[in-house]
Design a protein around this ligand. Sequence first.
Ligand code: ZN
Length: 102
Amino acid sequence: MLHYSCDACKRPIHPHNDVRHVVKIEVFPAVEDMSGNSSTMTEEADHLDAMHEILERMGEEDLPFDDGARSLRFDLCDACRQRFVKNPLGIKTGKQLDFSNN
Ligand SMILES: [Zn+2]
């Protein structure tokens, strides 16, 4: 039997008593689409060349190309889920939001 625990407070999440909430965070670079502008065939070719160079470098170094993209997944208990949706980035507001919890 699988046992889950909250990734925020480490409290075990009991499958029958608690609701386990899954948080998925996708981080990836936003690429501006320039195709609507005055894109020429030459620019397209340059772009393809650049992509080819990147692919070649990937093969040489045998390392994953790190474009900053991350896919994160967390399990949260109900209490931490409520805290998370109020402040997903954990930004300190100066207000004591947690006081009303208990
Ligand atoms: Zn928790």
